[in-house]
Each structure stands twice: as C-alpha cells, then as structure tokens.
Design a binder for this molecule. Structure first.
Ligand code: ADP
Ligand code: TRP
Length: 336
C-alpha cells in the first residue's frame, strides 16, 4: 500500500476514540501533527469515534465527558471547524448502515487476523482460559468493519494514523475491494499516512500513557500543572554536576514546546550544571506559556458544552450531506 502525502490529496479523514482527557503525549503524537495534516488537505474530516469507544467506555456520563473534552481540545489547539468537518460518529447513521453492508462481504477470517482481537485471544490463551473468546464482545471483534465504514463512506483518499492503526486501514482497503468485486466499482480505496512517531515520555520516563498513569493532562489548572511537573522523576545528580540533556525527560519535553534557541539554552545549562528543581520550573513556565491561548479557548468551551454540541451537530449535518452520494450509490448497488 502506498502512503501518499496529504498535501497531494483531496479527502483526509481521521477519527479519535474518546477514551480519556487528552494528555501531552496525545498532543505531541497525534493532535499537533493531525492539525498540521488536515490543514494541508483540500477537504478534511475529523470525528469523535464515540461508538468505537463503546467497546470499553460504557458509562454514558464518561463517554460524554471525554467526547466533549476531545472535541474542545482539538478546537482549542487550532482545528478550524469551518475548514474541517468535525463531528460525532454517532450523529451519522449512514456509517452504521454501511458497516452492516460491509460486514456482509467481509470474510470472518480477515477479522480473526485483526491485531486487537488476536491480542485478546492471546491473553486468554496465556491465562489458560477454556473459552478463548472470553470477555470479547462482538463490538471488539467487528471494530475494523465499523472503521472501514467510517473511512469508505467519505471517499477518503488519506487516513493519517499511528502505527497501531495501519492494519485497520489495510482492512478497510481489503473490504472496499471485496465490495467492489461483488457490487461494482463504488468505493474508493483509501491509503494510510503514517505520522512520524515521536514517543513522549511520561512522569516516570516510560512512554506517556493513560494506562501507565504517568500522563500529564493538557489543560490542568496552573497549581496542579506545576505540582505534576515537579513529580517528574529525576536522578540524584547534584545541581552543580554537568548533565546530559539527551535522554532526559525534562529536556525532551521542554524541546517539544520551545524554539531551537530556547532548547539550546537549556542544553547549555545542563552542561554547566543546573538543579532539577530549576529545570522543572522552567518546563512548567514553558508549558504554561505554550498553552496559554489554547487553555482560554478550552476552558470557555468546556464551561459552555452547548457550544461544543452545536459545533458537532453542525459538523454531523455536513458529514451526512457529504456521505449521501456514496450511500445512494451503495444502496443502489446492493438493492438493485
Ligand atoms: P493512551 O496510551 O494514553 O491511552 P492513546 O492510545 O489513546 O493514548 O493514543 C491516542 C493517540 O495519541 C495515538 O495516535 C498515539 O500515537 C498518540 N500518543 C499517545 N501517547 C503518546 C506518547 N507518549 N507519545 C507520542 N504519541 C502518543
Ligand atoms: N481506531 C482508531 C483508534 O483507536 C480510531 C478510529 C475509528 C479511526 N475510526 C477511524 C481512525 C477511522 C482513523 C479513521 O485510534
């Protein structure tokens, strides 16, 4: 499969599962590059994959909270809802109609080979469970079909994803090919675009992840953010001892939010000898400064959820309009 540059293409689409409040790792690894990519495309769509999240988030209050938080974060960080159609997956019923139709041409074996399902089966094997499908819902199993519908409904050219989602875009391609073989040439074959992965370390130096509990949420209130940054684990090197910036969590994070000059200044301080407390204070101030504008927008949106609902509702209607021509063709192709 060919990975094409978004700037050479027409329709760029990506989805985000609302399973947490976005953290700094999500920002650097997904949100910042995602906004850059969609801004280069002729048409772009970004949606909150709330029904995909249902495989794990089954508390409606939580689902709504994360949905609003993810949408507000992307908008606060620069996603322009006028330019990019931003919507909630569950507001576009055509996706689920298409998902069913696609599931009828999808070989079950294709889904048996899907990595999320295989990983769960493997877990059961390791735990010596008698039923290898223990704890696996149909939603988890058919997750890639729904994702194929998300993508194929909009004649998507490019899907920017992280490494772990490449297989799902390939499955979408396979399913589209199968559909076209059975019903005629209706669905466009998408390509993935692999984002350059920079792994952001968390408080304990491992990859920042909600599942490790070592993440720094994006829009923390100032005092809490400072406290959080003070928690970043450092070694016991005394302040005056020269230090190596490379590989230091504090330096790695600082660099993400500063100019080359600012990063070089900190690297020099490291080499001259600087106390970790001082570096942490610098990092805190850098992050505060960097997110000052976005935090204002985020807080305004989060305290007025009706504004986010209105943006998503409008996006949902635009998405349905965009989906209609494909859905008409699909219905005509399958129903005769
Ligand atoms: P988490 O591990 O906290 O559950 P997700 O798996 O929901 O995060 O990640 C969502 C997106 O954010 C993915 O595109 C992933 O590549 C990116 N991402 C998450 N954590 C990091 C990190 N530590 N460094 C870089 N990118 C990350
Ligand atoms: N599966 C993706 C993830 O876990 C989210 C997603 C759902 C998605 N539908 C999509 C991504 C369509 C790109 C295109 O991150």
């Amino acid at each position: 499969m060919q990975a094409t540059k978004p700037s050479e293409t027409k329709v760029v689409l990506t989805g985000i599962k609302p399973t947490n409040h976005p953290h700094i790792g999500n920002y650097i690894g997904a949100i910042r590059p995602g906004i850059e990519l969609v801004s280069q495309a002729e048409h772009s769509l970004l949606f909150i994959a709330d029904y995909h999240a249902l495989t794990t988030v089954q508390d409606p209050k939580e689902l709504r909270e994360y949905t609003l938080s993810v949408a507000a974060t992307w908008i606060a960080c620069g996603l322009d809802p006028e330019r990019t159609v931003i919507y909630r997956q569950s507001d576009v019923p055509e996706i689920f109609e298409l998902a069913w139709i696609l599931s009828c041409v999808t070989p079950k074996g294709l889904l048996n080979r899907s990595h999320a399902y295989k990983a769960k089966v493997q877990e059961n094997q390791t735990a010596e469970k008698e039923d290898l499908d223990f704890g696996i819902s149909m939603g988890l199993f058919s997750y890639p079909v729904l994702m194929a519908a998300d993508i194929l409904l909009f004649n998507t050219d490019i899907v920017p994803v992280g490494e772990d989602q490449v297989q799902h875009v390939e499955v979408a391609r396979d399913i589209a090919q199968k559909f076209n073989r059975v019903f005629g040439d209706v669905l466009k074959l998408p390509n993935h675009f692999l984002k350059a992965e920079s792994v952001v370390p968390g408080l304990d130096g491992r990859k920042m992840s909600k599942s490790y509990g070592n993440h720094i949420p994006l829009f923390l209130e100032s005092k809490k953010m400072r406290k959080m940054i003070m928690k970043i684990i450092t070694d016991s090197t005394p302040p005056e001892a020269p230090k190596e910036p490379k590989g230091s969590v504090l330096y790695t994070l600082y660099k993400e939010f500063s100019s080359i000059n600012q990063a070089n200044e900190l690297a020099n301080l490291y080499r001259e000898g600087v106390g970790w407390g001082e570096v942490k204070q610098m990092l805190f101030e850098r992050i505060e400064e960097y997110f000052k504008g976005p935090a204002l927008t985020y807080n305004d949106l989060i305290s007025h959820p009706e504004k986010i609902d209105a943006i998503l509702k409008d996006g949902g209607m635009r998405a349905r309009d965009l989906a209609e021509p494909t859905m008409k063709k699909v219905r005509a192709a399958v129903r005769g």
